[in-house]
Structure formats: structure tokens, C-alpha cells
Design a protein around this ligand. Sequence first.
Ligand code: MTE
Length: 309
Amino acid sequence: MPSLRYSDITPKADYLNRRRFIAAAAAAGGGAVAAGLPFSPATAAIDAIKSPYSTSEELTPLDAITTYNNYYEFGTDKRDPSRYAGRLTTRPWSVVIDGLVNNPGTYDFEDILAGATLEERIYRLRCVEAWSMVVPWIGFELASLLARADPMPDARYVAFETLVRPEEMPGQSSRLLEWPYREGLRLDEAMHPLTILATGLYGEELPNQNGAPLRLVVPWKYGFKSIKAIVRMTLTVAEPPTTWNMQAPREYGFYSNVNPEVSHPRWSQATERPVGAGFFARRKPTLMFNGYGEEVASLYVGMDLSRNY
Ligand code: MTE
């Protein structure tokens, strides 16, 4: 890595500027930096806002991240989202933040971005189906947006909802799931610095199939908690209903922390298959909290994680 950092030659306000970052990252070919490829001048832009929370593991190739997706609003085949999500209109976009907050309202996407500090966060993603990826997200801490909404003292949970627009989301014409897709976090999980809202990956804007324009990423939980295309966040006292838990409560708990010791009723969670690593790639052992235990285990002290799965 070069010793001259982008921040040495650029005012701070500028190096955090989204457009510059996106442009520089795109010019650099995005993942080239993280993958440890030879230095090119523009790569320093990414270096400047690299996060200490990023893993140095090998990245999953972009084409695997964007063609092997779960997004039931577009169908159940892994390729359906890449086939059909292109038709989703993602501008204008806004997010309603309501419930137990002092500043409820409709937050325009551009306004959310203007107030956000974007970082590259390279996270492991572990799906409950036992496949995994390493994704270079671009995003910002959910805590910073919740702080703008200013939660009231009795708020304990955040409920999230995805857009409902069957004209553009063909899967919503079936009753496969109860729409809208819903998720939820305890407020301390939502405020944890590892929890981000992603707006991009591989140095570019988020592809529609990955949840554009704004999706949650909670790296220590199974992937289904990371809800896509968010249009609403509601702060509540009670634990909110969540889609997969409503669908099959015995199979999918509210917490859904990655846990190799608690099997899914129909398969083991002890190992995982890295997607995009080639047909002969070995399965990897799955790590407790997906490897983020040092950061998040304290959130669950005193809880029996085999019961609160
Ligand atoms: N969000 C919505 N709205 N609808 C979905 O079907 N699938 C979830 C999650 N978020 C889903 C969703 C599941 S099961 C996983 S594993 C991740 O998205 C997959 O994210 P990716 O396609 O970006 O890898």
C-alpha cells in the first residue's frame, strides 16, 4: 500500500464525498484494492475510508454477488432477481421513520445520503441456507440515521419494511410470502456499529438485485435479516413480527444469529459453501456470530442462544 493517503491530499469533507468516492472506486475497478492487486492512483480513495471492521478474506466475485440472490419479490430462483430486478424504479425513494422517535417523518433518500458518512465495509455474509460470500459493501452506520430520528427512551426495537409494488416486483403477485417483507432488530443491535445500511458494493451503486437503493446489512446474523429496498423503519416497544419467523417460527427465530451449534431443523449449520469459489471449493467451518463474536457477543450475555435462536 502507498504511504500517501488520499486524505493527505484532499480535504476531509471531500474524501467523504459520495460522488468522488464512487467515481474513484469505479475507475479503480472497485475490488482491485481489497483484493490486493497492484496500486493504481485512484485506489487511494478507497484506502482512505477503509473500515477497521473489514475482513481481509478473498472477495466473492462481483458476478456471483449479483447473479446468486435471494429476493423473493422477484421470484425464488437464485437468478430471478438478476433477471427481473432491473425493472424496479429506485428514484425517487424515501424512507418513513416513525413510531417512538422525536423526529418522525419521510426521509428522502438523497437527504439520507447527504447526512451519511460512507465507508467500504468488507463483510462475510452467511445465508441460513448454508452458503456464504464476502461482500465489499459501501454504506453507513444505521445508528447515524436513527440518531437523526432521535429514538424515545422507551423504544426497544426497530421494525423494517420493504417496498410493496407488484407492478414492478413480479413475485409479489404470488402469496409465497406475506408482503411486505418485514424484519426487525432489537434497538441495541440496530445501534451497533457493525450494523449498516448499504447503498453500494464493489465501489459502485447497489445493483437492484442486491436491494437498491438502501438495504440493511447485519453481518453476524443469517442473511434473511438483511432486508432489501427499505421504505419504512418503525421504533417500537414490542418485538415486531418478521417475515420468515411468521412463515416458519420453528425454523427461523427472531434473533437468527449465525450459530454453527444450532442446526436448522432440516440441515446442519456447522459448515458453509463459499459461493463463486469454484465447483471444487471446500466447505468452510461456520463461525459463531459469523466470526463477529468479539464485537457482538456482549449483546447476548445471559441469553440462552439455543432457545433464543
Ligand atoms: N429482502 C427482501 N426484501 N426480500 C428477500 O427475499 N432475502 C434475504 C435478504 N433480504 C430477501 C431480503 C435473504 S434470504 C438473503 S440470504 C439476503 O437478502 C441475500 O442478499 P444478497 O442477494 O444481496 O446476497
